[in-house]
Design a protein around this ligand. Structure first.
Ligand code: N01
Length: 554
């Protein structure tokens, strides 16, 4: 029988890429760890986003753990960009290989976490009624996990089938012969539309803002390519760690405006054929210099016009509201050419906005279209949504939601002042979605583990950043963003997709390698900007000095 309350060294919230590695790392250190996950199994993003066409836009060989050399030698990816089922199978395999699932309570959602200063522990409450305490809380809650179902009038009135791409059902969804609406043309919409169009009677794409999308150039990996990667994995990982985005690619060494037209065209061609969102990094100045960005935009525009047969339709599919790359460029498989099919049509919501979702379809200002199915590809309350849906209270009952009312405030994207012993993974204030999330999770968790060793070595029970360190990091993050074109876009990076959300560029855009260097320096400087509370320390906290020693393994 499970006792109502149990004491752990650490609670890890989430069984996605970060949460799995967090549990593995902490258990290896002999800590008594409880993982809590709302889904029925591991996988996080790759558990939930089962929509047709879902794939990763980072190459599989890079979007994989590096901590287990045998794993990376034994696992063989079948395609350059893995599909969701393959990614989920991989994460299930990792969980099995390291026996991670036994540490998790599945089908359990964390609803509240409160810091008890006297005990220097967190009390974590769940929707199953189970409450546990833990010295440390690792929030591996994901940055694209809190789905956004916009408040469109009549949203729940539709009596046909209705799905959100981020909460896709496990049973197969049959589109055959159906009239399907897809609302949203971000990555999820753009990836799913061509696949749905293969069997649906008709697909109506409801587009509010067109997006830049670049064909993935996906292909099966040949045995020779796989052998080559496996033989050179350490070097590939080393390059990735030294890069801006956590993958072994570096931009052309000259700016787009420093080269002549022929050279610029050649480099754009090269990165176009490389495929996908990496195009944003062809030249190093593409997202900082408007002239360089215009050159990239014009190149892609011409490509879109080549793919879409109807020039008026092409016009409507070409973005005009943001510099290319300041919203994530979508990595697609046949998106623009799908509009050449007879069974795909576009509703341009800038011209004819949605008035209402009805019982039988969607009514826009030019009339109602009858539908059998609506697919909401409307995205996420990104970066902060999963945390703000939990009632998190730090010292003196201060709410995280309140602390972040004007936008997320962190030290190094890892900790918040007034919330001791709570660490966040791959969230706001870190390179997060701007870099390879798998290496990002390893980078941060390794740092957290070393930080906990440091705390233990100093006989401390709690660690947190100073308010000054948080102020400094927030200023550093916004200065880095201000030096780019990113803040000019109404992107989810800026919180602009959620009405009322503060408009702040949330990730750290200084680069993956630079961020890693900063983490290293802070650690070398004895965790500069952070304060430790000793067991008998000034705040009088904690009689649980032994907590880090561990109570055996769960
Ligand atoms: O979400 P999005 P997503 N009426 O926010 C529209 C990652 N990802 O799930 O732009 C009508 O990008 C909204 O319109 P607008 C990736 O990082 C990766 O597609 O706000 N439309 C937009 O078109 C990605 O960036 C992969 O005007 C409404 C769309 O819905 C991130 O997840 C695959 C609306 C939402 O696009 C999010 O992608 C999938 C309304 N009321 C996702 N509200 C990979 O390839 C919203 N929209 C790895």
């Amino acid at each position: 029988m499970t006792p109502a309350t149990q004491e752990y060294d650490a609670v890890v919230v989430g069984a996605g890429i970060s949460g799995l590695y967090a549990v593995h790392t902490l258990r290896k250190r002999g800590m008594f760890v409880l993982g809590i996950e709302s889904a029925a199994g591991v996988g996080g993003t790759w558990y939930h986003n089962r929509y047709p066409g879902a794939r990763c836009d980072v190459e599989s060989i890079d979007y994989s753990y590096s901590f287990d050399e045998d794993l990376q030698q034994e696992w063989t990816w079948s395609e350059r960009f893995a599909t969701q089922p393959e990614l989920l199978a991989y994460l299930e395999h990792v969980a099995e290989r390291h026996d991670l699932a036994r540490s998790f309570d599945f089908l359990t959602r964390v609803i509240a976490a409160e810091y008890d200063e006297a005990a220097a522990t967190w009390t974590v409450r769940t929707d199953t009624g189970r409450t546990v305490t833990a010295r440390f809380c690792i929030m591996a809650t994901g940055v694209l996990s809190a789905t956004n179902r916009p408040e469109i009038p009549g949203r729940d009135a539709f009596t046909g089938e209705s799905y959100h791409t981020g909460e896709w059902p496990h049973e197969p969804v049959d589109f055959t012969g159906k009239r399907v609406a897809v609302i949203g043309t971000g990555s999820s919409g753009i990836q799913s539309i061509p696949v749905i169009a293969e069997t649906a009677a008709h697909v109506v794409v409801y587009q509010r803002s067109p997006n830049y999308s670049i064909p993935a150039g996906n292909r099966p990996l040949t045995p020779e390519q796989i052998a080559e990667v496996k033989a050179t994995y350490p070097e590939r990982r080393r390059k990735a760690r030294l890069s801006g985005g956590g993958t072994p690619f570096t931009p052309y060494p000259k700016g787009a405006m420093e080269v002549d037209d022929d050279e610029r065209q050649r480099i754009f061609d090269e990165w176009w054929h490389r495929g996908g969102y990496l195009f944003a990094k062809a030249f190093p100045d593409q997202t900082v210099n408007m002239a360089a960005n215009d050159a990239a935009r014009e190149y892609v525009e011409a490509r879109i016009r080549q793919m879409v047969e109807d020039p008026d339709l092409a016009d409507q599919l070409i973005p005009t509201d943001h510099p290319i790359g300041t919203k994530r460029i979508v990595t697609d498989s046949g998106y623009f050419t799908t509009f050449n099919r007879d069974n795909v049509s576009l509703v341009n919501l800038r011209r004819t906005p949605i008035e209402e979702i009805t019982e039988t379809g969607i009514r826009t200002t030019d009339g109602e279209r009858e539908l059998d199915m609506i697919v909401f590809a409307t995205g996420f309350d990104a970066m902060t949504g999963a945390l703000s849906r939990i009632d998190i209270r730090g010292r003196d009952g201060r709410e995280l939601r309140e602390a972040w009312a004007a936008g997320p405030r962190t030290h190094l994207g890892l900790m918040v002042d007034g919330f001791p012993n709570m660490f966040m993974m791959v969230g706001p204030g870190s390179p997060s979605v701007l870099a390879n999330m798998v290496l990002g999770a390893e980078q941060q968790m390794d740092w957290i583990a070393a930080c906990l060793d440091h705390l233990r070595g100093r006989g401390g029970v709690a660690i947190e950043p100073t308010p000054e360190a948080v102020d400094e990091w927030v200023a550093e993050c916004s200065a880095k963003a201000a030096g780019t074109l990113f803040p000019s876009a109404n992107s989810w990076y800026m919180g602009a997709n959620i009405p009322g959300k503060p408009r702040v560029f949330m990730p750290y855009i200084g680069g993956f390698a630079a961020y890693g260097q900063i983490l290293d320096e802070v650690a070398r400087d004895g965790y500069r900007g952070m304060v430790i509370t000793a067991a008998d320390g000034p705040t009088g906290s904690g009689s649980k000095q032994d907590a880090l020693v561990g109570h055996g393994e769960r």
